[in-house]
Design a binder for this molecule. Structure first.
Ligand code: HEM
Ligand SMILES: *[C@@H]1O[C@H](CO)[C@@H](O)[C@H](O)[C@H]1NC(C)=O
Ligand SMILES: *[C@@H]1O[C@H](CO)[C@@H](O)[C@H](O)[C@H]1NC(C)=O
Length: 554
């Protein structure tokens, strides 16, 4: 005993200022090491270690470099060919990532959202951007949020937003028309359709989301769009710092070299101040309307008002004011670029398939009004086939990562052979193992879609319809994985579909679209959402240069 005490007293004085400083300085070095060791050990002990996979890869980034350099999923496809339909590759810091095209396994992962969650680093990054709204929440918090929010996205409500979609589509048509009239090459003009559609969809999500006028199409600079942009596109941290902050939580508190994130915090504060005002105003409006009776209640039809109404009708178990607040940037982030890039890629496919464009236009011109209802838009058979095919073919959210939060057994439709030579009917995973859910790949692979799965062909949705095999895909809409599946599938898919249809309806009736560059110059650049970039101008970021010409009926 006395020896122990003696030892203790020997050690205690050594906790000097120097030691503490030393520990503080060393922590950032030691922690990553421990973290790496933990990762490596996990890979070593996980039952998933017998899953076969490619070797090689970078010490820090594993195979992620290959994946980044094959934006159409070519690398994934290649390794699947080599190793079979269940495999394992290396992600950051030597971590394992499982990849499978087995529909039953993917169904299991996506259906069990309590077990399979977003990776911590991605959650952290999203939380920094938009707070704990529907994209970030997990477990029971997510379940509660989703239950209260689901009604706002019902078909009946989206129907009422169709007017907003069409109004903004028409405003875009007018802006483009002015461009063609003032052009030297009149009546045709070169425009960046990605930029215009990004403006239009921001205006739309502002109005339909919370009755807020961004008016970016008419060149206004609203406070909210400025703040949101500053949050969304922060000045870059040094990449190394960025990665450390994502991977190792303690770095998130070290703000040295970090002016960027201080400005971002400032912008975020501003964004939330504006959001809070919106929530309070809407809340007051909803209460007022409630007092005035049914008719007044129906007047505000934006998502936020609907959400607050739904929240108020909950007997307990609703959302806190802050949770409601966090849905505002969540809608902006989830509903803005997804739709603008999807619509832009549709224009790309229509420009590279002039026959499809002509056929679509002739269907649309038969409609006697510029302002069809949702029902009328949905009854346009060829428009529906084009949208379906474009969403499948381009899949702008090309995959998602899910991490097991407990040990689990993932059932398979087709068995696989482990590196030990044994055949297995399921993948055993342990807590911490992660899956890449390959959305784009499942939307195009040959075993499901046939040999022309990578081609753009709206006809595949007409007549007999899509191949039977596609029915086994996990899906919330359209016999494809574009909006994912299960409790974490896209809540806004109906919103997105009618918005896209309204934009395409108006644009294709009004203009002829051609690419302004060779088709092979346009490449996919994946960063959460897959944007088009021009091969020789990658530094310029996303763009889709097109030549547009007003379409005259005669
Ligand atoms: C064509 C356009 C769109 C595509 C391709 C798309 C795709 C997706 C996908 C794949 C997910 C699942 C992401 C994951 O698991 O990591 C998702 C989630 C989500 N989307 Fe969309 N989306 C689109 C438009 C929209 C719109 C217009 C809104 C809102 C107005 C929206 C709101 C959301 C939200 C809030 C989530 C999170 C849902 C949850 O976790 O419960 N999306 N979307
Ligand atoms: C937006 O607010 C205005 C007045 O505050 C109201 O007249 C209009 O109906 C609202 N629009 C939506 C889509 O809720
Ligand atoms: C939502 O409902 C909860 C009660 O369930 C309430 O405390 C909260 O203030 C409401 N928030 C909004 C914005 O309506």
């Amino acid at each position: 005993m006395s020896v122990v005490i003696h030892k203790l007293s020997f050690y205690i004085p050594s906790f000097s200022y120097g030691t503490i400083m030393g520990a503080l300085v060393l922590t950032p070095i030691v922690l990553p090491l421990l973290r790496t060791v933990e990762y490596m050990l996990r890979a070593y002990f996980s039952p998933a270690r017998i899953v076969p996979g490619p070797s090689g890869g970078n010490l820090f980034f594993g195979h992620l470099g290959f994946i980044r350099d094959s934006p159409k999923g070519e690398w994934h496809e290649e390794v699947l060919k080599e190793h079979g339909h269940v495999l394992r590759y290396k992600a950051i810091l030597g971590t394992d990532r499982l990849l499978t095209t087995d529909p039953k396994a993917l169904n299991h992962v996506l259906a069990n959202s309590m077990i399979y969650q977003r990776p911590g680093p991605i959650r952290y990054a999203l939380d920094q951007l938009v707070g704990e709204g529907l994209l970030v929440a997990e477990g029971h918090t997510h379940k509660r949020q989703r239950r209260v929010m689901n009604p706002s996205f019902s078909s009946a409500h989206i129907k009422e937003m169709t007017e907003i979609f069409l109004e903004k589509a028409q405003e875009l048509r007018e802006v483009l028309l002015t461009q063609t009239l003032t052009s030297e090459t009149s009546p045709s003009v070169r425009v960046d359709m990605l930029a215009y559609l990004t403006q239009a969809t921001l205006d739309i999500i502002g109005l339909a989301g919370f009755n807020y006028s961004f008016n970016v199409l008419s060149n206004e600079q609203s406070e909210l769009s400025k703040a949101f942009n500053a949050v969304l596109h922060p000045p870059r941290d040094f990449p190394v710092i960025q990665i450390l902050k994502l991977q190792i939580p303690i770095f998130r508190y070290l703000l040295i070299f970090d002016q960027g994130s201080r400005d971002t915090r400032e912008a975020r504060r501003k964004m939330y101040t504006i959001g809070r005002e919106l929530v309070q105003r809407k809340k007051a409006e909803v209460l007022e309307a409630k007092a005035a009776g049914d008719d007044a209640m129906r007047k505000s039809k934006d998502l936020l008002s609907l959400l607050i109404r739904s929240n108020m009708s909950q007997s307990g178990g609703g959302l806190s004011d802050d949770e409601v607040l966090h849905q505002i940037p969540t809608f902006l982030l989830a509903g803005h670029e997804t739709t603008s890039t999807s619509t832009t890629w549709t224009l790309f496919s229509l420009a590279t398939h002039p026959d499809v464009q002509r056929r679509l236009r002739s269907e649309l011109l038969l409609v006697p009004t510029d302002t069809p209802t949702m029902g009328e838009l949905d009854s346009l058979v060829y428009l529906d086939a084009v949208v379906r095919e474009s969403l499948r073919h381009h899949s702008v959210v090309d995959g998602t990562i899910k991490v097991a939060t407990t040990d689990d057994v993932v059932p398979l439709e087709k068995p696989f052979v482990g590196t030990d030579g044994k055949t297995r009917n399921a993948i055993k995973v342990s807590k911490g193992d992660s899956f890449f859910v390959p959305i784009l790949m499942m939307n195009v692979i040959e075993p499901i879609w046939g040999p022309d799965g990578r081609e753009f062909n709206p006809d595949r949705w007409l007549g007999e319809g899509p191949p039977k095999a596609s029915q086994s895909l996990p899906s919330v809409w359209g016999g494809q994985m574009t909006f994912s599946a299960g409790p974490r599938s896209c809540i806004g898919f109906k919103f997105a579909l009618i918005e896209m249809k309204a934009l395409l309806f108006t644009l294709i009736r009004g203009f002829q679209f051609e690419l302004a560059v060779a088709p092979e110059e346009v490449i996919r650049r994946s960063a959460a959402v897959t944007r088009p970039v021009i091969k020789s101008e990658i530094d310029k970021g996303g763009q889709m240069p097109m030549i547009i010409r007003p379409f005259s009926h005669t």
